[in-house]
Design a protein around this ligand. Structure first.
Ligand SMILES: Cc1cc2nc3c(=O)[nH]c(=O)nc-3n(C[C@H](O)[C@H](O)[C@H](O)COP(=O)(O)OP(=O)(O)OC[C@H]3O[C@@H](n4cnc5c(N)ncnc54)[C@H](O)[C@@H]3O)c2cc1C
Length: 430
């Protein structure tokens, strides 16, 4: 298919809000709403098919407002081609409860703390190099439909100017707010979600290859806190709160944490915040439907995050690329109907549906644990090998190994924990 560069045209809009104004009008094969990891990866995937693609991002720069702690996994980062200068490698994983502590060590580094801005901009340049356009400061406000009442583009505002973008396919990668899905009325607001507040900060000293996860009421009444190093004097310190379980304000908890400095913050010397981050993450599992006629939802917009440790970047990239590829192929075939997009949803659900469902169940258990119960839970987790521990945190519940743990581990408590995962696996396979 020939790549047609969009040229703005002026168009009179027959809309009650915009009726008196002339709107700039753009035509693209594929529109991607949101320039986070899902959107940039989707744009790359669709542009590689030779289609004209635009990413619409409301912020002034890609990665400008960091809404994530940026922990991911080296294996996946490498498979996406993310250069190693975009991340700090982690090989020790410390877990604290009020009166307990475990540390797991892997022989080689498995986890990575991303330089989020650098990584997202890497993805942006990758998409642009395949021909995708990026519109910054462009806030998508509504959808437009064709004469058959099918989705045919979006309305946006940029610098107080009204814009209209027409397309054959829209990819909703707008994150937590699912702006396109919600405008169409096919996606409801999330009822269960996590709210996280974080400082990127200078510290006098930190071990650059060790992450710290902290649980219990002194950190968060329903959730956890973290210290993720980016280097020997640079960390992300944050607190997450599960909603609606707790009404606590994550930003206030973060300030308290820096004042009270419970372990391991007491070991960091001076902590000097340099940047504040805040974000929301869905915590209900996958949306039942992530496609519609001329629409694919991807990333947080579709609920594709492992809620156990608020981790969604690798899935956003993986399924962003898949959305761009499969959606792009549908456009090339001249049919982006729901039926034509089905393989995106089926492949994605097969790959992560049961993992995310099991992670949601473990997370619900975690949100209700008392301090004493957390002390025991940490002991149970301490029984896992480093490899099992990492699979568990990643929600990479390979059914065979989890079935083994659920059935044969000598400790009853560990068998019970893995029964949750095993039963979810059965549910979702049924
Ligand atoms: C506190 C916190 C900590 C986290 N820590 C981790 C972690 O350590 N590791 C990990 O893997 N994941 C983590 N996550 C989750 C991770 O950030 C998300 O899963 C991931 O960012 C999802 O990517 P996305 O592209 O779908 O959405 P986002 O990254 O949210 O990107 C959406 C983009 O859409 C834009 N947008 C939104 N509305 C509009 C609009 N109307 N018009 C135009 N543009 C719009 C936004 O500006 C944004 O750039 C964390 C989340 C939170 C909240």
């Amino acid at each position: 298919m020939e790549k047609t560069k969009a040229k703005p045209q002026l168009k009179m809009l027959h809309d009650k809000n915009l009726s008196t104004q002339m709107a700039k009008n753009y035509n693209y094969d594929v529109l991607v709403v949101g320039g986070g990891p899902a959107g940039l990866s989707a744009a790359w995937g669709a542009a590689k098919k030779g289609l004209s693609v635009a990413v619409l991002e409301r912020d002034e720069a890609i990665g400008q407002n960091v809404r994530t702690s940026g922990v991911t996994w080296i294996k996946e980062a490498k498979s996406f081609g993310i250069p190693s200068e975009c991340y700090n490698e982690i090989s020790n994983y410390a877990f604290y409860s009020p009166n307990n502590y475990v540390i797991k060590k892997s022989e080689t580094a498995q986890a990575a703390v991303l330089d989020v801005r650098k990584t997202y901009q890497f993805l942006a340049y990758q998409a642009a190099s395949e021909g995708a356009d990026i519109f910054l400061r462009t806030n998508v406000t509504d959808v437009i439909k064709n004469e058959k009442e099918k989705l045919s583009g979006v309305k946006a505002t940029s610098l107080k100017e009204e814009l209209v973008f027409n397309s054959k396919l829209v990819i909703d990668a707008s994150g937590f707010y699912s702006v396109v899905g919600r405008s169409l009325g096919i996606a409801l607001p999330w009822k269960r979600f996590g709210a996280g507040a974080e400082y990127e900060a200078y510290v006098d000293k930190v071990s650059p290859d060790t992450w710290h996860l902290m649980v219990g009421s002194q950190y968060s009444p329903a959730g956890y806190a973290w210290v993720f190093p980016l280097g020997k004097n640079k960390v992300r310190i944050g607190v997450g709160v599960g909603k609606p379980n707790s009404q606590a304000d994550a930003s206030k908890l973060l300030i308290e944490l820096l004042e009270k400095r419970p372990k391991p913050l007491d070991d960091l010397g001076r902590i000097v915040p340099v940047e504040f981050h805040y974000g929301l993450i869905p915590n209900e599992g996958l949306r039942e439907s992530t496609i519609d006629d001329n629409l694919i939802m991807v990333g947080d917009s579709a609920g594709q995050a492992n809620p156990l440790v608020l981790e969604g970047i690798r899935y956003a990239i993986e399924f962003g690329r898949a959305a761009g590829k499969i959606g792009g192929e549908s456009v090339v075939r001249g049919d982006a109907s729901r039926e034509s997009l089905k393989s995106y949803e089926e492949t994605m659900k097969k790959a992560i549906g049961s993992k995310i469902a099991a992670a949601v169940k473990v997370q619900y258990r975690w949100l209700n644990l008392s301090d004493q119960e957390w002390d025991k839970e940490i002991e149970i987790i301490g029984e896992l090998s480093a490899e099992e521990f990492l699979d568990f945190i990643k929600a990479d519940f390979g059914m065979t190994s989890m079935l083994k743990l659920a059935a044969h581990h000598p400790k009853l408590a560990l068998r019970q924990l893995f029964q949750i995962i095993k039963n979810t696996g059965k549910d979702s396979e049924a």
